[in-house]
Design a binder for this molecule. Structure first.
Ligand SMILES: *Cc1c(COP(=O)(O)O)cnc(C)c1O
Length: 231
């Protein structure tokens, strides 16, 4: 094995153990939260190392980048599961629906309408989560917590979409715990089973506060070496 492969496999094993420990510490079953390995802007060898270590659950935040890396991997690993965790433009909906198993970033009516239209054409859609702007940050994507019930009703009643969960990226400069608690509470109150929150620096806290998915990049793969290309 190369150093990359050793590092990635060891990091995955350690983080999975920590996730299970955080879950049991909080009185949840081990396995209550699953690890999404965020492979954006990482060399393909590191993705290969994660696959070789048996990991199958990945997140990417750009459609074009995912399209370059994942169709080939999926042929070799049909049980691979890919989540879109970055913003989705309506002109990329068709490609995103073809590529991803889960779209976590449904954040506006226009996108809901475009997904519904593409779903009607194909007869299937990825599983969908709504992104919530838990910190009410003006520059950030996501539905405001106060608007969530109405948006979920619109997705269901106007667009015929079934929503499985919620996702958030809390404000970078604040203690994340209250935002994680808020997202779990919003999911519970709206009858949604999946909660995607927590990244490299705070995934254990997110698990203690109810995450069913954590999204971890640098703690598995190391620092990203270049900014993500557009697309
Ligand atoms: C990049 C990214 C992550 C992973 O971040 P790390 O700090 O590298 O773990 C998680 N969620 C989203 C939405 C991201 O864009």
């Amino acid at each position: 094995m190369t150093d990359h492969a050793n590092d990635v496999a060891a990091n995955l094993a350690e983080i999975k153990a920590r996730i299970d420990q955080a879950a049991t510490d909080a009185g949840r079953p081990a396995g209550a939260a699953r690890l999404i390995a965020v492979s954006k802007v990482q060399p393909v060898e590191k993705l290969e190392a994660a696959l070789a270590a048996g990991h199958r659950l990945f997140g990417e935040n750009r459609v074009q980048e995912a399209k370059a890396k994942f169709p080939a991997a999926r042929e070799r690993y049909p049980d691979l599961e890919l989540h879109l965790i970055g913003p989705l433009q309506t002109n990329k909906v068709k490609e995103a629906v073809a590529l991803f198993d889960v779209i976590q970033t449904l954040d506006r009516s226009k996108l809901a309408a475009a997904l519904a239209e593409e779903g009607a054409k194909r007869g299937r859609l990825p599983r969908l989560y709504v992104e919530v702007n838990v910190g009410a940050e003006p520059q950030k994507a996501g539905i405001a917590p106060a608007d969530l019930p109405a948006f979920l009703a619109e997705c269901r009643d106007v667009h015929g979409l079934s929503i499985e969960g919620l996702m958030c990226i809390p404000p970078a400069d604040q203690e994340p715990a209250p935002f994680f608690a808020l997202l779990s509470d919003l999911a519970a109150r709206n009858g949604l089973s999946q909660v995607s929150m927590g990244m490299s620096g705070d995934y254990e806290l997110a698990v203690r506060l109810g995450a069913t998915f954590v999204r971890v990049g640098t703690a598995i793969f190391g620092e990203r070496i270049r900014p993500a290309p557009h697309g």
